[in-house]
Ligand binder design. Structure first.
Ligand SMILES: [Zn+2]
Length: 485
């Protein structure tokens, strides 16, 4: 015997055919009249062959095997059987019967789902959305005792890419399944550890059990999401490598890679430190005797070659100034931005030099204490390479975490470590793939038991091994010239 839950899931499908026997079943009537989840479209049919019909006697024995059922279309008198292809006139058809077809009233189903959560004590916040591949994925946002999660109504089998992105965005989501999803999406969602409930279960749960069940789902989906951020890393790397990203989700992909390696990474998001903010920041505690370690980053998605324009110079400078002058920042542990990182695919170095020139002159003009941090161009491919190595040799990296931080900090701060001969200006740092290869080699050859690195000794060591050279061809701007735009 089929359970009531399965029966509801089975009935609530668009186009589901109902025969006249089932038409008046209690459950169907309840879904139709009490819940208003569905309407029934009535349709008239005839059979290609029926003994009551006027054309029965003229049909050969061979043709009588056809069992086609044909829908009667208003005002249509002549039909061709889709099975045996014979021509049929409606006036011959005495035997007719009705069939019913389910039309799901999706609006009412959604309303019921939303109210089920509301009635269980969750506070409805608003409709939320994630945008990827230029498509919007909508969900209802709820909260309860600081648990925040989304409820998404799913009516068809979710595609892999959608689930990948939900993981990448690490949004806690409960899926409520109905229509074909209620019959076939469970295994896919279970395999990827998503939380869900089908409409049949939701309808049949008694009120007191419902609250417990939904609370349990909410708790599980929020705690598991944090773990999922890590498991989504290979997906993020794959999407970035294959450039399956767009303006909307580039930032999130960069965030996931950074967060994986640097726990201090955070997004500015909706915090109200100051009006204009870059995408995020991270901190690295500085090596011995050094004072830098606070980095702000902004992602510039470059689908095709993008140049930095005067509005970019201005925006970057505004970020820096707003941040430096914000009371919340002044009172915090961070006194200044040591580096402003731009993540991007292919920025021309000349643009970066121009940008830094403008930032320095704006800063000279506007601030008592001009900004002296570095402008860092971190190539997307360099970040992918670093994250991939970190992922593949996780254990090795974890055991040498302080070395990793120290080296990364140095590479983000010290021009001496870079050999990009195209750079003619001090203050610009370009993190290339070669830099990352050098850094990884340095980290992995370290004995984990060793003390933290000594910066001076490191630089000496690198020089002696020919990994870096002394400055050549770099103009040092001790006092930047005032260049007005
Ligand atoms: Zn036929």
């Amino acid at each position: 015997m089929i359970s009531e839950i399965d029966e509801i899931n089975d009935l609530l499908r668009n186009g589901r055919e109902i025969n006249s026997l089932m038409r008046n079943s209690d459950l169907l009537v309840r879904l139709e009249k009490t819940y208003h989840f569905l309407e029934l479209k009535e349709k008239d049919f005839f059979r290609c062959i029926h003994e009551d019909d006027g054309d029965f006697d003229i049909i050969s024995d061979d043709q009588r095997r056809c069992d086609a059922e044909i829908e009667i279309i208003p005002r249509k008198v002549k039909y061709v059987c889709p099975q045996c292809h014979r021509i049929i006139y409606l006036e011959d058809k005495k035997f007719r019967f009705k069939k019913y077809q389910v039309a799901v009233m999706e609006k009412n189903v959604r309303k019921f789902i939303k109210n089920s959560f509301k009635d269980s004590g969750f506070k409805y916040l608003r409709e939320g959305s994630l945008t990827f591949d230029q498509e919007k994925f909508l969900f209802y946002k709820f909260t309860c005792n600081s648990i925040e999660f989304g409820v998404s109504v799913m009516n068809k089998i979710p595609d892999k890419s959608l689930l990948d992105w939900i993981e990448i965005y690490s949004s806690p989501i409960i899926f409520v399944l109905f229509d074909s999803a209620a019959l076939s999406a469970q295994r896919i969602l279970e395999g990827r550890k998503f939380r869900f409930i089908d409409i049949g279960t939701l309808v049949t749960l008694e009120e007191k059990n419902k609250i417990g069940k939904l609370l349990d789902l909410a708790k599980k989906c929020t705690t598991e999401t944090k773990i999922k951020l890590l498991s989504s890393l290979p997906n993020v790397i794959e999407k970035l490598e294959n450039r399956e990203i767009d303006y909307y989700n580039y930032e999130q992909c960069i965030y996931v890679l950074l967060k994986f390696m640097l726990d201090s990474t955070d997004k500015f998001g909706n915090s109200h430190i100051c009006k204009e903010l870059p995408d995020g920041f991270f901190t690295i505690s500085p090596p011995k005797g050094k004072q830098y370690g606070f980095y702000v980053y902004d992602c510039k998605f470059t689908g095709e070659k993008r140049k930095l324009t005067s509005s970019d110079y201005r925006a970057i400078y505004d970020y820096i100034r707003n941040f430096r002058t914000s009371p919340a920042v002044i009172q915090s542990n961070f006194h200044d931005i040591d580096g402003f990182i731009i993540f991007s695919h292919n920025l021309p170095i000349g643009d970066l030099e121009k940008t830094l020139g403008h930032i320095r002159s704006y800063s000279m003009r506007d601030e008592r204490n001009p900004w002296n941090g570095k402008l860092i161009y971190f190539e997307t491919d360099s970040l992918i390479l670093l994250a991939k190595s970190f992922f593949e040799s996780r254990g090795e990296f974890e055991r040498r975490k302080t070395f990793f931080y120290d080296y990364l900090n140095l590479f983000l701060h010290d021009e001496d470590l870079h050999q990009d001969t195209n750079i003619k200006k001090k203050g610009i740092i370009h993190i290339s793939k070669d830099d990352i290869r050098n850094m990884i080699e340095l980290i992995l050859q370290k004995d984990p038991e060793e003390q933290r690195i000594d910066t001076e000794a490191l630089l000496e060591d690198l020089r002696s091994r020919g990994l870096i050279s002394s400055y050549s061809g770099i103009t040092v701007d001790k006092q930047p010239k005032l260049e007005l735009p």
